[in-house]
Ligand binder design. Sequence first.
Ligand code: GLN
Length: 312
Amino acid sequence: PAAAAPRDIGAAVRAALAAARAVTGGRNADYIPYLADVPPELCGVAVVTADGTVDTAGDTGYGFAIESISKVMTLALVMEEIGPEAVRDRIGADPTGLPFNSVIALELHDGKPLSPLVNAGAIATASLVPGATAEEKWRRILAFQSKMAGTGIRLSQEVNRSEQTTNFHNCAIAWLLFSAGALEGDPLVALDVYTRQCSTLVTCSDLAMMGATLANGGVNPATGERVIRAQNVPHILAEMMMEGLYTASGDFAFTVGLPGKSGVGGGIMAVAPGDLAIATFSPPLDDAGNSVRGLVAIAELAKSLNLNIFRG
Ligand code: GLN
């Protein structure tokens, strides 16, 4: 048979952006006041390969709130520190089948959050970040996000203020975790650190590089730094496949077949292991909390670049 034509990733990225821009519908998240005011027409697509080639189209330089995608970085950080088995014992490794901020999963499983990629599990994971104070934990989280992105990631004071003054539901989750003995230390410290980790700004390009660090077995392809142990990467990707897109994770696995993680800021990061990472940004979300245009762009790319990991 003739050799496959070389992939034109740049053309695929531009086509995915065009397909995404043609889509309407969805609404910005508004339970965090800052997010309601981000221009909804913004749309960007970036791909970074495991060897560091970057292709972008659209609004890929706009800094948006990382939100839930930060759960992947904090999970990776804690896994480096305590190992994957301890993470599984303390947090769990199963989908909840419930919305990202559900408290019901905690009731059903004796206070065990099940997944580090939903709020309960993510707040419990944040409590396991080493450090005697919130500041110490926070410095480690910010440094880890920066190492994955290969650039200095910053906290947005504006996003953080908006979140810290409205995070009543997450505060309740933190106390429920505490009462079940599922959280290390002071629940308000875990909540503070978790809220800050959601309030950093990333561009689509940053996010694609973070994903490419996972696609490249834990080594940032731009800096060459090993950020995550190679043996931890499959555990992180498995969590993403099971719970990365909230209650739509099963649909995403069924249709796209890539581990991904979304955030209510409108970002989505998807990883084709050993090959590349995709990052998309567009604020309007569907009912599950996933970016409507981002889902379309990633589905397009998975098809045009033949990325479904179950294809074999
Ligand atoms: N900071 C947000 C929250 O905890 C992140 C949620 C998300 O992106 N799904 O509510």
